[in-house]
Design a protein around this ligand. Structure first.
Ligand SMILES: Cc1cc2nc3c(=O)[nH]c(=O)nc-3n(C[C@H](O)[C@H](O)[C@H](O)COP(=O)(O)OP(=O)(O)OC[C@H]3O[C@@H](n4cnc5c(N)ncnc54)[C@H](O)[C@@H]3O)c2cc1C
Length: 253
């Protein structure tokens, strides 16, 4: 590794350097555009009620969010890269804020833009995350939920799996462990991601969640990572009244 005027040699290189990973670019190449989600938004210097707001936007596979953080709000919108432009995303977001939370547009705010990995089923098939002397963790490996964009859980999970493989002396087992413990769940998510954001599906989900506590609980568990995608269909069938079977078929077609 050469940094500035100095060069160093290492036995093993771990890339835990995020979505734009320099290590990934050197060892396997960057994550392709079609396997990423583009996000833009604002950090708003303001308190908000202790609540989370989420809204769906017709025509994009993503959502608007308002998440309270310790000393500011994270307000943003994400969509699969290539579906639309950053400028259009800001238009969707500003329009939503103007209509529902106008106060958030008048206060002090800082713009941000970032990418999140959201691998497609094809992206998972060609993804490589380790070799004899290197490994990629977290976003650098592509480990984020393709539906919600959440990656913190998978970053920690991949670090744990890597540590297990490294200390056992079989580093390349890391790829196998990820294949068993991370990839199946994310692949399921990838296969649902478009239909989940189909306006006919999201509108029905919102209406049903408003009316039924059991569906609220199931969606909350899904967002909190307590309900996996692999068993989602079974749980929905248990929870949903038979009248909503058509919705299930839309999601899992
Ligand atoms: C707007 C937005 C909102 C999100 N919201 C959520 C959420 O609510 N919940 C959730 O679970 N996930 C969320 N995510 C995804 C989550 O942030 C990532 O999946 C997670 O942070 C990945 O962790 P990581 O350690 O792999 O990478 P990162 O958190 O990106 O950490 C990589 C680190 O490497 C450093 N680095 C990069 N390049 C170099 C270099 N050349 N030299 C030295 N250091 C370097 C960076 O500075 C950074 O500190 C969100 C992402 C975005 C963009």
């Amino acid at each position: 590794v050469t940094a500035g005027a100095k060069s160093y040699r290492f036995d093993f290189l771990i890339g835990a350097d995020g979505m734009q990973s320099l290590v990934r670019r050197k060892v396997v190449g960057r994550i392709g555009k079609r396997d990423t989600t583009l996000t833009v938004g604002y950090w708003v210097d303001r308190d908000f009620e202790d609540e989370v707001a989420i809204a769906f936007v017709r025509g994009i596979s993503g959502y608007i969010w308002i998440f309270p953080r310790n000393d500011h709000l994270s307000v943003g919108i994400g969509a699969r890269a290539g579906e639309t432009t950053g400028r259009r995303l800001y238009e969707f977001l500003d329009d939503f804020l103007r209509r529902h939370y106008p106060g958030l547009l008048s206060g002090k705010r800082t713009r941000y833009g970032a990418l999140i990995p959201s691998l497609t089923p094809k992206g998972f098939s060609s993804n490589r995350v380790c070799g004899e002397s290197w490994a990629l963790l977290g976003d650098a490996a592509g480990w984020a939920d393709p539906v919600t964009g959440e990656g913190i859980h998978y970053a920690f999970c991949s670090a744990e799996l890597f540590a297990r493989a490294f200390t056992s002396g079989n580093v390349t087992d890391y790829e196998k462990l990820c294949g068993r413990q991370i990839v199946p769940e994310l692949r399921h998510g990838a296969s649902y991601s478009r239909t989940f954001y189909d306006p006919a599906v999201s509108a029905r989900l919102v209406t049903l969640a408003r009316e039924k506590k059991s569906i609220q609980t199931l969606l909350a568990k899904l967002l909190a990572g307590e309900q996996g995608y692999g068993t989602l269909k079974k749980e929905l069938l248990k929870t949903f009244p038979s009248v909503t079977r058509d919705l299930l078929f839309r999601i899992f077609r």
